[in-house]
Write a protein that binds this ligand. Structure first.
Ligand code: ZN
Length: 97
């Protein structure tokens, strides 16, 4: 993996009843912030709605066992993985959210 693809994930703010959570993904050049909140999910895994801060598309992401994971973004549709899923799965797996 090259330096270009190195990403650092940081939980900026935990979600609570009033406000969404915020995490950031940093590369060597830029930091991008995302807002997210957990949404009810009855089909397995945990559901989240996530969007880049500012005017950006909202994606629904599911985190869980491999069969339970999904995202609505083009990256996931094409490659079966994406930054939204990677970030939320990492936060769930480390019990940060
Ligand atoms: Zn995605």
């Amino acid at each position: 993996m090259g330096r270009k693809s190195q990403r650092t994930l940081h939980l900026v703010r935990r979600p609570d009843a009033e406000s969404p959570g915020i995490f950031s993904i940093s590369t060597a050049k830029t930091t991008t912030h995302y807002a997210f909140r957990e949404i009810p999910c009855s089909i397995g895994g945990r559901g989240f709605a996530v969007h880049r801060l500012g005017l950006a598309e909202l994606y629904h992401v599911r985190v869980g066992r491999p069969i339970e994971t999904s995202c609505e973004c083009l990256g996931y549709l094409r490659h079966g993985n994406c930054k939204h899923l990677t970030a939320l799965a990492a936060l769930v797996n480390t019990n940060e959210i």
